[in-house]
Design a protein around this ligand. Structure first.
Ligand SMILES: Nc1ncnc2c1ncn2[C@@H]1O[C@H](COP(=O)(O)OP(=O)(O)OP(=O)(O)O)[C@@H](O)[C@H]1O
Length: 217
């Protein structure tokens, strides 16, 4: 199982689709449009942050279970990033430290059940791919995509939220050590708009997959 990671608008969903097609494997998504809590959260983060985390936790576990069939199945976001987002929300006073603590303990308990055997229910990824984008690129992509609730024009406080998030991601990826990992420069390779950049990115990932000996079924 390959998992994508990266900030809001980094291109995780697009790369998930491209990669799964390229590898002939399955893509697993957490649909943003069908998420009933997300618009509520952006409206009132203090009230809905904890509920949102629990919603995501459940969804990520479903995706992990559904991805078990092959080392090459691709999930559009890792379970490991949610705590980073939730901690940031708490630091910005949009959640309480107690909520973070309870969520963190629950996550730890679940992750302790992780086993490397093939039939484990919660499995460690075979590879984590991180798409790094600069803050400027992140803002451009969020604007271009145009999801109402993500727009800084509608809520100026999102500027600082996005800025801190982008900074924290770099440290998060540096310290991530649960599986092999690969970083893709999303500024250098605009794999959505530029076909040759897409080919280069897929070649980088192919190389890593070969190095790790990952196999489909
Ligand atoms: N743990 C979380 N806590 C708060 N918000 C979250 C969390 N996970 C995702 N989100 C929000 O859900 C939305 C979708 O996020 P996500 O990064 O998964 O997809 P995306 O923005 O479509 O990314 P990409 O463009 O890379 O596919 C964003 O508005 C993001 O802020």
């Amino acid at each position: 199982m390959i998992v994508l990671s990266g900030t809001i608008g980094a291109g995780k969903t697009s790369l998930t689709t491209m990669l799964a097609e390229h590898l002939g494997s399955e893509a697993l998504y957490e649909s943003v449009d069908d998420n009933p809590i997300l618009p509520l959260f952006y409206e009132d983060p203090k009230r809905y942050g904890f509920l949102l985390q629990n919603y995501f936790l459940n969804k990520r576990l479903d995706n992990i279970k559904d991805a078990q069939g092959s080392q090459l199945n691709v999930i559009d976001r890792s379970i490991f990033e949610d705590l980073l987002l939730f901690k940031l929300n708490a630091d910005l006073d949009r959640a309480t430290q107690t909520e973070v603590q309870i969520y963190g303990d629950l996550l730890n308990n679940i992750m302790e059940q992780v086993d490397f055997s093939d039939d484990a229910i919660v499995k460690t990824p075979d590879l984590l791919i991180y798409i790094h984008v600069s803050f400027e690129t992140m803002l451009e992509r969020i604007k271009k995509r145009g999801r109402d609730f993500e727009q800084i024009a509608n809520d100026p406080s999102l500027y600082n939220y996005y800025k801190s998030l982008n900074e924290r991601y770099v440290a998060w990826f540096d310290s991530y050590d649960r599986s092999p990992k690969l970083s893709i420069d999303g500024d250098q390779y605009d794999f959505v708009a530029d076909e040759s950049a897409a080919k280069e990115v897929l070649a980088l990932i192919d190389h890593k997959i070969t190095e790790l000996g990952l196999k489909g079924n």
